[in-house]
Design a protein around this ligand. Structure first.
Ligand code: NAD
Length: 490
């Protein structure tokens, strides 16, 4: 059978040791892979490349489409960009998949029955990195959630569940507060869930969901989340399973995928043959499934489970009375090699299916372009930088000034400060900063639709009155429904 080319980066710190250990096991298990090595990380950064990856390395990644990556060290200060974020976004790796499993009674954990897969959206949300300073007091980060982005990650989560014999997919969102952005994620989740009748689907508000996940992880199966919640909770889940040192993750794109441990380069442990290679190794097992070598993945994973069961542990998971032998990185890998062909007796053995057995995946395109809706402009939010020295009770003064700008078919509907309505009829107890949103709508009760020209004229009146308008957001109806939220207290 022909070998599958994969790109490998040995990384920094403990990276080269755990990569050697991982590749040793893969080779002995008969993985049909051909390795192309690239250099990433500290050396590349310090040679003056702020992205941490050389231009020619992209060619290897685009050719092999599979990347097994050891952790790297990001030098402190000096404007070095996160290599992970660069790789994920450049290659469109939209799904971060992180299985969090406990190995009780062989590895200490408060949660003996835990087998959760966190699927985190990887490209959107506040991680678009669109941030602005707008006033003396206020910084803004844009949270972008797109329909195709939600469709991709949610459909991927359901497909993952089907492929991996999982029973349930849960979504965590905060749509009681972020009705538009998290509301969209929730809506798309409900739509897609209907297409997968064999999989149970439910959702939790992220705060209580996170509390339940940390308290009773055995009640969760696959959990899908927008980027920020997923970033935080995938670490929580890995930690409570036993150790972050044990978890691997896959970053999946439409064409390219990257596999890595979730931990960093642990520089203080480097070069001592003590690091646990399990995180990277388990990521490599996910890679073997991805490149359709389920036989090798199963062989490797089961030998690893047996090694863990036999109490052969690296220092980070070694517990007196439970573990039998404390070993180094190389010895651990050798112990796994010696168990190739064996299966665990207590822990659940790993089982993987080939793409042929699973059939066409995904059944449907991951995402689609929505039908354009009838879009009507019905107003504008004009944000102004204004300060009269008062944190309390300033809104009346501003409101009276802004009302002077009414005219030409537009009228001030309300002013909010940090989202809370403060004019008209605000309370003097509301804390206000120098950042105000002035919402203008049509003054014609019969016809709510306004024009871009009316908005331009309004801005011109703001400018003539000496206001610093820092940004505007148009207000639209989509098929007659408002595409914007109300002010708190409106
Ligand atoms: P870290 O994950 O490297 O280390 C945290 C702790 O866990 C340390 O005590 C370390 O000794 C231990 N540890 C981690 N992996 C281990 C393993 N395989 N076996 C045994 N013990 C292990 O996190 P950190 O110290 O915050 O970061 C160190 C460097 O790693 C930084 O430069 C950071 O930027 C980088 N980092 C890289 C990645 C990546 O490449 N994906 C991810 C996180 C951090």
């Amino acid at each position: 059978m022909s070998k599958v080319p994969i790109t490998v980066a040995r990384g920094d710190g403990i990276g080269p040791e755990i990569m050697d250990a991982t590749l040793h096991i893969l080779k002995e298990a008969g993985a049909r892979i051909e390795i192309e090595e690239i250099e990433i990380g500290e050396k590349v950064y310090l040679s003056g490349n702020t992205a941490g990856i050389a231009p020619e390395s992209w060619e290897s990644l685009r050719r092999t489409k599979v990347f097994l990556k050891a952790p790297i060290t990001t030098p402190q200060g000096g404007g070095y960009k996160s290599l992970n974020v660069t790789v994920r976004k450049t290659l469109g790796l939209f799904a971060n998949v992180r299985p969090c499993v406990s190995y009780y009674p062989f590895i200490k954990t408060k949660h003996p029955i835990m087998d959760v897969v966190i699927i985190r959206e990887n490209e959107e949300d506040t991680y678009a990195g669109i941030e602005h300073r707008q006033t003396d007091m206020v910084e803004q980060c844009l949270k972008l959630i797109t329909r195709p982005g939600c469709e991709k990650i949610i459909r991927y989560a359901f497909e993952y569940a089907v492929r991996n014999n999982r029973k349930r997919v849960t979504a965590f969102v905060k749509d009681n507060i972020m009705k538009q952005t998290d509301g969209l994620f929730h809506k798309v989740f409900d739509e897609i869930a209907k297409e997968y009748s064999s999989i149970q689907a439910d959702h939790w508000i992220v705060d209580i969901g996170a509390a339940k996940l940390a308290d009773t992880p055995e009640n969760f199966d696959v959990v899908v989340m927008p980027n920020l919640y997923g970033d935080i909770l995938s670490d929580v889940a890995a930690q409570i399973a036993g150790s972050v040192g044990l978890a691997g993750s896959a970053n999946i794109g439409e064409n390219i995928a990257m596999f890595e441990a979730i931990h960093g380069s642990a520089p203080r442990r480097a070069g001592q043959n003590v690091a646990n290679p399990s995180g990277l190794f388990l990521a490599a097992v996910m890679m073997l499934v991805h490149i359709n070598q389920p036989d090798v993945a199963e062989l490797c994973h089961n030998a690893w489970l047996k090694t863990i069961e036999d109490g052969i542990h690296t220092y980070d998971i070694y517990t007196e009375g439970v573990s039998k032998q404390k070993v180094g990185t190389k010895e651990f890998a050798q112990a796994v090699v010696e168990r190739l062909g064996q299966k665990p007796e207590v822990l659940k053995p790993a089982e993987y299916k080939s793409t042929e057995e699973l059939g066409q995946i995904p059944q449907k395109p991951l995402y689609s372009a929505p039908e354009p809706q009838r879009k009507e402009l019905v107003g504008v939010d004009v944000f102004v930088h204004w300060w009269n020295g008062k944190f309390y009770g300033a809104a009346e003064e501003l409101g009276k000034k802004i009302e002077q700008l009414n005219g030409d078919g537009l009228k001030l509907q309300m002013i909010t400060n940090r989202g809370t309505k403060v004019y008209p009829g605000g309370l003097p107890d509301t804390f206000c900063v120098d950042h105000w949103r002035c919402r203008f709508i049509s003054s014609n009760e019969e016809n709510p639709v306004v024009t871009h020209e009316q908005i331009i004229n309004l801005l011109s009146r703001f400018q003539k009155a000496g206001f610093d308008f820092i940004k505007t957001e148009n207000l639209y109806y989509f098929d007659g429904k408002p595409g914007f939220s109300l002010g708190q207290g409106q």
